[in-house]
Design a protein around this ligand. Structure first.
Ligand code: HEM
Length: 414
């Protein structure tokens, strides 16, 4: 991604809408009007990179094997340091190879296949009871008639508890993961500042040591979790296991927390839609699906052309980057009527690309959906009058889109 944040900010100040979307204040708080300014058919050439906001084209590029993924590097290494940087072996990280997220076939297939079997809808169905128990315990611990931070006290707690169990981590370490997650996630942004890049690298280093120790422990005493089966299968090297476990851990909670928070924000702004789900609990899956479309927790992804590719009469040269706006595709008016409306009755509610498409399509989609449906249904069943207490605060991230804090008044228990 290699574009320094300072450069994007500078371009944003000079009125570059795309730079504002990727790194400006307006992009952080309300990206959608900027996306509408940028929207146009097909692939767009911008001074920063190619960009795409059209649903059909975003999907077709994601499914096109002439495009591939590439490591989410931090800010461009200055040329005098480049030789040195190339000699340093970075710590295994969720956003660098051998993490499947940034591998192309055949390596991608080798890394994804052993993990995929643990994430089938059937396997996830078996976790439903655990999600219910975790949610109930959290709700039981809440103050009657009180106020909480919906993000830190609830939305983040459900997915972190479940992914920690799936990977055999002790419950006591969950707070540590939240802290590492906060440090590493800025690497997913198109522009990362040097400061957050350095912090992310330091956190990745500590995380890698922690994971190595944990993996050795599972090798000696395997548990009933998916990481234990990956470790004991002997198919993956230590570095691959560290990258894979780090990816599952981060992806397992950094996105689902945003999905739950974004849903509460959308429901608070649209009480008529909330009323539909409160009157018919079978409609919660539609609330979750419409939140994924309307305010997706992952706003953009990117691909690089692996060869010269003709698109819309332009030659995208091998090595060129295409930024794909998942949020833009989800509000494409040619696919979703009245796209800025939060409407759980949409006929084509599942056509969004919030989980991407093609070979990198989200492995955890069934798990994320299941967790969000259960968490929201249980929350509003217990506290039907839940209200925002003050304006929620957005996270200082662009690719991962959600709230850092959301103070709410719970209201009386049902
Ligand atoms: C990949 C979104 C939850 C595991 C992805 C991608 C997106 C995404 C957009 C693909 C990125 C690309 O194409 O470049 C989301 C959203 C989630 C969510 C919106 C929640 C609302 C989860 C969960 C897990 C997970 C709960 C696992 C526990 C993964 C993995 C990949 C991935 C392993 C990489 C797949 C590959 O590269 O083949 N996710 N995700 N995700 N996600 Fe998720």
């Amino acid at each position: 991604h290699g574009i320094p944040r300072a450069f994007l900010r500078w371009r944003a100040r000079r009125g570059d809408t795309f730079a504002t979307l990727l790194a400006g204040e307006r992009g952080l708080h309300d990206p959608y009007p900027l996306i509408e300014e940028l929207r146009g058919p097909g692939l767009r050439r911008t001074p920063l990179a190619y960009a795409c906001f059209e649903h059909s084209k975003v999907r077709s590029i994601l499914r096109d094997n002439r495009f591939g993924v590439f490591p989410a590097l931090g800010p461009e290494v200055p040329p005098p340091l480049r030789k040195l940087a190339e000699r340093v072996v970075p710590p295994p990280s969720p956003v660098e190879p051998p993490s499947m997220l940034v591998l192309n076939p055949p390596e991608h297939t080798r890394m994804r296949k052993p993990v995929a079997s643990a994430f089938t809808p059937r396997a996830i169905g078996r976790l439903r009871d655990r999600v219910e128990t975790v949610t109930t315990e959290l709700l039981d611990a809440m103050p009657a008639h009180g106020s909480i931070d919906l993000v830190t006290d609830f939305a983040a707690q459900v997915p972190i508890a479940i992914i920690a169990e799936m990977l055999g981590f002790p419950a006591a370490d969950r707070e540590l993961f939240l802290r590492w997650g906060d440090r590493v996630t800025p690497l997913l942004d198109i522009g990362t500042s040097w400061r957050s890049y350095r912090e992310a690298m330091a956190a990745t280093d500590t995380l890698a040591d922690y994971l190595a120790e944990h993996i050795e422990k599972l090798r000696d005493e395997p548990g009933d979790d998916i990481l234990s089966s990956l470790v004991t299968s002997g198919d993956l090297t230590m570095r691959e296991l560290q990258a894979g476990a780090g990816l599952l851990m981060g992806a397992g909670f950094e996105t689902t927390v945003n999905l739950i928070g974004n849903a509460v924000a959308a429901l608070s702004a649209n009480p008529d839609q909330l009323a539909i789900a409160q009157n018919d609990p079978d409609r919660w899956p539609d609330v979750v699906e419409e939140t994924l479309r309307f305010d997706p927790p992952v706003q953009t992804t990117a691909r690089v052309a692996l060869e010269d590719v003709e698109v819309d009469g332009m030659t995208v040269k091998a090595g060129a980057t295409v930024i794909l706006s998942l949020a833009g595709a989800n509000r494409d008016p040619s696919v979703f009527a009245d796209p800025d409306r939060f409407d759980i009755d949409r006929p084509n509610i599942k056509e969004h690309v919030a989980f991407s498409s093609g070979i990198h399509a989200c492995l955890g989609a069934s798990l994320a959906r299941m967790e969000a449906v259960h968490a929201l249904r249980a929350l509003y069943a217990r506290y039907p009058d839940l209200r925002l207490r003050e304006e929620p605060v957005r996270r200082n991230l662009f690719t991962l889109h959600g709230f850092e804090h959301m103070p709410v008044d719970l209201g009386p228990v049902a």
